[in-house]
Design a protein around this ligand. Sequence first.
Ligand code: ADP
Length: 504
Amino acid sequence: MRVFQKNSNIFNLLSEGVSEGIIVVNAEQEIVATNTSAEEMFGYEKEELIGKPLDILIPKRYHHNHDAHVDNFISKSEKRQMGHGRDLFGICKDGHEFPVEAGLNPFELYGATYVMALIIDITERKRKEKELNHWARIFDESLNEIFVFDADTFNFINVNKEAQRNIGYTMDELLTMTPVDIKPGLNKPKFLKLIQPLLKDEIGKVDFETTHERKDGSSYPVEVHLQLSSMGEKKTFIAIILDITERKNYTEKLEKKVEERTIQLTEALATEKELNELKTRFLSLVSHEFKTPLSSILTSITLLGKYTQTEQQEKRDKHVNTIKNKVKYLDAILNDFLSVERLQSGKVNYNLESFPLSKIVNEVLYDSNMLLKTGQKIQYPDNIDDLIIQFDEKILELALSNLVHNSIKYSPEDSIIDVQVEIEKEKIVLKIIDEGIGIPKAEQKYIFNRYFRAQNALLSQGTGIGLNIAKQHLENLGASLEFTSEENKGSTFIVRIPKERNST
Ligand code: ADP
């Protein structure tokens, strides 16, 4: 140690000039010299270090290891960097540990061996490394795809793992490619135009949607967020990519649903509109169609009161009949309107039951008798006595009475209304044949439209509802309604009821 001190002035001169900590130990690993940097680094005064074993500057857990290293090192007597492959730590006087980098330089002085350790406190470097690692991990582990490329050549510089995985190229392959190579719809001039505002610093970020093509040729929709950045002197672009396949699928599904709902809504609105129209029509019907029958009911009632004598019974009967007729007529139109409303709002409940066909036919024809004009006759079917039919009784009554009433209404006096029933293999067919005004050819196609009335029918009272609802109800129950007609000759309305659930 003495020998070393002899040269301490030269040592001091040299060692104070460097920023690294310098610690010189002899062959026994005793500290023989230190510089100020080393003293500050470890928090000791020089006197506290000189003559002390080097171990006081090394955390305990490394002692054993360290001795072996240094011994080995001294015996080999060569310059070397310490700590390759493992972290080295120093320990301060206050017990605080810190990472160091140490270079060992053995030398001989007056026959003795020494080692000069050059020590750098790398706390700050380690912190930066850690921070950098952290950012690198975020970059690499991000589930967004991140592409970094040169702003001049467009060559990719770095591409994170998720991007490599999804696009299917390795990093080495990507290093020779540019963004244009993975965007099938984009050529270089187009791409340049897209990024111009970024290069000119007009905006901070460009967002757009495009398609990326994988190495295997498949493609996927992406949302791109592009930003200008720099790597030292080099300008780079950072593209953060979101694979929006799922979102697109979801959006498509959503659009489809919206479309469906819109259709449903439009339909509901149309129904609503029709129901509203129905209300309007109903009010106009009440104010027009009801007036005539009601006033004739009123007249009949007034006259009835005047026929007080016994022999005037015939006259009384006539007026009672008129009243009955008119009331039935009003009742029928009201029923038709209620039917439209029910059909329209889907609130129809059918009631299938077995009954003799003759029951309904007789009832309808009997009631219709009262409506007959002078000389008009109804011809009854003669072959239905034993015919049991399974159908909705009310609907059959509604349809048949509408058809027979029309025949009476649209036929002249002294004409015949013929009601026939034919039994076919699979159907029971009802025909109502008249010799009336018929339906003009040009208007026949509209005859089942709601509220439609042919030109030649306008002189008679009517609503244009009866045929429409009769047809709808019949069809809902698997039956059908058709007609043939010739103007001024007559019409035949035909109801076909399936027989399969009917027995004779
Ligand atoms: P309404 O008789 O109340 O007008 P309908 O729905 O029963 O309504 O009939 C619609 C139209 O069909 C009638 O206005 C008429 O033009 C025509 N029509 C129906 N039945 C006959 C018939 N037997 N002869 C001639 N025209 C008819």
